[in-house]
Design a protein around this ligand. Structure first.
Ligand code: ZN
Length: 342
């Protein structure tokens, strides 16, 4: 009994030291994969890069024990391929995505893995997700984006912890960022302490109007050898003009951001010459309040996904839906056997 109490006291002592929030911009080559771990040990993987093997190695390297949610900014292979082993290994509760099915075998494989893991599809709808004490705000694609353009339907994620703010918006393009600028009130986005360069620094991603609102202090370009010219000189010039420090996964490997309670943070690089991080920005604007928001918690009360029909459920990778699973509705279960959208 005495032994038990000693152990309990040690465990308590261990948890009294406030753990940081970590964001890792994983070096997945040409692609995106961001691992977010809350002080409570809850983890989200936002995109998984283009290689199953590489992501699996990285998850092992960084000692990932579980994933509560995986998110696909959009369905392109350089973002979703690594989500396949992530879903298979950790069976996360949710798979957040833009609700537009990919047209590739990789997408099919991911959907099959999610079904097997009984991971629930969650279509981006401006949800607020509480990852322990970290607030995640989902930036759904604005209305009017053409459904056949995956980039223009990228799902963004705003991460807030104390005064710290990070933002990543997949491979969005100017039309989408313009839509977000209309939707979110002026000053509600920036300044952003750590910002993921849009679309690996492509020419049609980051633009002056968007960066004026975002006001990035530190930019991470997730990029590898490629034939697209990423990152472009234009994008790098925009970041320089914004006064941001630029970090690159192709030159510095995985970029790790460690955020202390309150919001002070440091940025460390796996290799290369470290770039000094720009310190936290002093915020004059009130905290972001993107509207509308629907609160959700992981766990215990996730935002229940709602699918109007089986096409939507399948697009979200949620089908088949079993009775009792979030999103299941008897109307979609025509034969009444407890399994909808078979
Ligand atoms: Zn991409």
């Amino acid at each position: 009994m005495r032994r038990f109490f000693t152990l309990a006291a040690l465990l308590l002592a261990g948890t009294s030291v406030a753990a940081p929030l970590t964001l890792r911009f994983l070096n997945v080559g040409q692609g995106d994969a961001v691992l977010i771990t809350s002080p409570e040990g809850k983890s989200v993987l936002y995109d998984g890069g283009r290689s199953e093997a590489r992501l699996q190695t990285l998850l092992r390297q960084y000692g990932v024990q579980g994933l509560d949610l995986v998110a696909a900014s959009h369905a392109d292979a350089d973002h979703i391929t690594g989500l396949i082993p992530a879903v298979t290994l950790f069976k996360p509760r949710f798979f957040l995505n833009n609700g537009i099915a990919g047209t590739t075998q990789t997408w099919q494989k991911l959907v099959a893995a999610a079904q097997k893991a009984r991971t629930q599809g969650l279509v981006a709808k401006d949800q607020v997700i509480n990852l322990g004490s970290v607030k995640l705000t989902v930036l759904a694609p604005p209305a009017g984006m053409p459904r056949n353009e995956q980039n223009l339907n990228s799902v963004g994620l705003l991460v807030e912890y104390g005064a710290f703010r990070a933002l990543m918006t997949g491979d969005s393009e100017t039309a989408e960022t313009a839509g977000w600028l209309k939707k979110y009130p002026a000053n509600s986005l920036g300044p952003i302490d750590v910002y993921k360069s849009i679309h690996h620094g492509a020419r049609n991603g980051d633009n002056a109007a968007w960066l004026k609102a975002v006001r990035p202090r530190n930019v991470v370009v997730s990029v590898g050898p490629n034939n697209y010219g990423h990152p472009t000189a234009e994008a790098l010039a925009l970041y320089r003009k914004a006064g941001a420090s630029v970090f690159r996964t192709d030159q510095q490997g995985t970029i790790t951001v460690t955020v202390q309670p309150g919001g002070k943070f440091t940025i460390t690089t796996e290799r290369g010459t470290p770039v000094p991080a720009n310190p936290p920005a002093t915020r004059t604007a009130p905290a972001a309040t993107p509207a509308p928001v629907r609160p959700a918690n992981i766990p215990p009360t996730p935002a229940a996904p709602y699918y109007r029909n089986c096409t939507e459920a399948r697009a979200a990778g949620a089908a088949p839906l079993h009775r009792g699973q979030p999103g299941y509705r008897p109307e979609m279960d025509r034969d009444g056997d407890g399994v909808a959208c078979e």
